[in-house]
Design a protein around this ligand. Structure first.
Ligand SMILES: Cc1cc2nc3c(=O)[nH]c(=O)nc-3n(C[C@H](O)[C@H](O)[C@H](O)COP(=O)(O)OP(=O)(O)OC[C@H]3O[C@@H](n4cnc5c(N)ncnc54)[C@H](O)[C@@H]3O)c2cc1C
Length: 485
């Protein structure tokens, strides 16, 4: 058992081995900075570039698509570079410029960095409704991982429910891996001609994204998967696992239209209502955030170099607002250059010249993203699906009714709800329930959801073995529990 914390010093620590983190690490390292790249998973790639489980051998690389090949090449470039890669390593706390990681069961390590780049990605937007905790109701990303990494279909009759291009891609991808997707429900209205024109206008420089979208639509048509627009899952039913999905028509803001319900026999529901930024570390560092529902909630403020409001902390990729893999790569590259400038390995003039192409691409991608956002606006009806008996905090099993009761007794804020009910104190630290709690606080206090501060973030931001915490509490500068015999 460790009784002290090993410590190293690096120019740059990059947190997250997805497209943004890998691009950042490569850029900074190529400029001569000493870089450590940390990821909690066992392999690099993040979400979209994740490769097959090593138990599988790829026999037809062309059949795996461009994303697979882009990821494979980028991972190979990082592994061949001077970047120190720490996989199976979770970042659980940051104090100033000190990054605390835990590797394996109890190996705690402190890395003192001149610059920290946070590229922690995103996670599926949780959408509570009655029955959403039944086995068989999973996030689309979970379903995608099952199919993509382990070649396991989430069920035999799968309903894909959600909104936006990702849910389209998930449905097409599941079908590609041989799963039986019986229907795709899309909460938004069918795109208008004006919205399609706007997207086409923004398409120069984004041909690959447009091509991908068309390929997904074609795949759904070819496999005769019906798409039902302006429709949402309002309830999942079943005894020991999901057996039926109740779907309903919704209005423009995604509020269920009473009397429009239909019932489908299913054994899996994959929920893909977009993503939320993994912002625990940026919030822990004290970075300034803005609320942006379309980009997944609280997103950190950044300048054109991806610097946050906290000196020495840069943020790139989906954890700074959901923008997709191509944007993540370019943002990561710019952040890597900025880190090289900040650690005196690159001049500002050279960095500006090097960043120009990526910046141009980012401007085009943002135009395209704005057109997509206008096509798929997120509706607040998502927060109205749960009933009083629906479990909202799955870790601590707190229902909506209990949260509402607490809100009648405590100050109307997320901290009060947390203290009264324990919602947000469990394994996921509020990643699943936080938004619904914020929506309830907003409703109780008559504020927009963006005006409700999220509950505070404290280390450890991710679960870690008790021995690792007992070994050292960094803020106390000494072990709180001596593990010496
Ligand atoms: C479930 C899901 C499915 C998606 N599917 C698609 C798809 O099919 N097609 C598509 O184009 N886009 C998809 N996306 C979007 C795409 O993944 C992102 O746009 C892109 O991966 C963003 O890259 P990133 O580097 O910002 O984050 P990511 O690729 O998510 O990488 C972030 C990395 O940070 C690591 N990390 C986070 N916190 C810590 C920590 N505390 N300590 C250590 N490591 C940490 C994570 O393990 C992860 O590997 C999906 C996203 C999600 C969440």
């Amino acid at each position: 058992m460790p009784t002290h914390v090993r410590s190293t010093q690096r120019d740059v620590v990059v947190i997250g081995g997805g497209p943004a983190g890998m691009a950042a690490a490569l850029a900074a390292s190529q400029c001569g900075a000493q870089v450590t790249l940390v990821d909690e998973r066992s392999a690099l790639g993040g979400q979209v570039y994740k490769q097959f489980n090593p138990a599988f051998q790829v026999t037809d690389e062309t059949g795996q698509g461009a994303q697979y090949r882009r990821g494979r090449d980028m991972i190979a470039a990082v592994l061949a570079s001077a970047v120190e890669v720490l996989t199976d390593t979770v970042v659980w706390g940051i104090w100033g410029r000190e990054v605390f990681v835990c590797r394996g069961e109890e190996e705690v390590h402190r890395i003192e960095a001149l610059t920290i780049i946070i590229a922690a990605g995103a996670y599926d937007r949780p959408v509570p409704f009655p029955g959403w905790t039944l086995p068989g109701v999973i996030t689309a990303g979970g379903g995608q991982s099952l199919a993509k990494v382990f070649r396991v279909a989430p069920g035999h009759r799968i309903l894909m429910a959600g909104s936006g291009p990702l849910s389209l891609s998930f449905a097409a991808e599941l079908k590609h891996y041989g799963a039986n997707v019986i229907m795709l429900t899309e909460a938004c209205r069918r795109p208008t001609v004006a919205a399609i024109w706007r997207l086409l206008w923004a398409s120069p420089g984004n041909a690959a994204s447009l091509r991908d979208g068309l390929a997904y639509l074609t795949a759904l048509k070819t496999h005769r998967i019906p798409v039902r627009w302006s429709t949402i899952v309002s309830r999942a039913e079943g005894r020991d696992r999901v057996e039926r999905a109740v779907i309903a028509n919704v209005d423009e803001r995604w509020h269920v239209i009473p009397g429009s319900e239909d019932v489908l026999d299913v054994d899996a529901i994959c929920l893909g209502y977009g993503l939320c930024p993994s912002n625990e570390l940026t919030r822990l560092c004290g970075c300034a955030h803005n609320y942006d529902e379309q980009h997944g909630g609280w997103v950190p403020w950044r300048d054109e170099w991806m610097r946050s409001s906290v000196p020495g902390v840069l943020v790139a990729g989906d954890c700074a607002g959901i923008s997709g893999a191509a944007t993540a790569v370019d943002e990561g590259y710019v952040a890597g250059l900025a880190a090289a400038v900040d650690t005196t390995h690159l001049s500002v003039a050279r960095a500006t010249a090097l960043a120009e192409r990526a910046r141009r691409k980012l401007r085009r991608q943002r135009r395209f993203r704005a057109a997509l956002d206008a096509m798929y606006p997120v509706g607040t009806g998502l927060y109205d699906l749960a009933d009083e008996s629906t479990v909202i905090c799955r870790c601590e099993e707190v229902t909506l009714g209990e949260i509402r009761t607490a809100l009648r007794q405590c100050p109307p804020d997320a901290h009060g709800v947390k203290a009264f009910t324990r919602a947000g104190m469990g394994f996921c630290q509020g990643r699943v329930c936080g938004r619904q709690v914020a929506a309830e606080v907003a409703a109780a206090s008559g504020l927009p959801i963006g005006a409700v501060s999220p509950s505070s973030v404290r280390p450890p931001v991710k679960p870690l073995p008790i021995a690792a915490v007992a070994a050292e509490m960094p803020e106390r500068r000494r072990p709180i529990v001596s593990l010496e015999p």
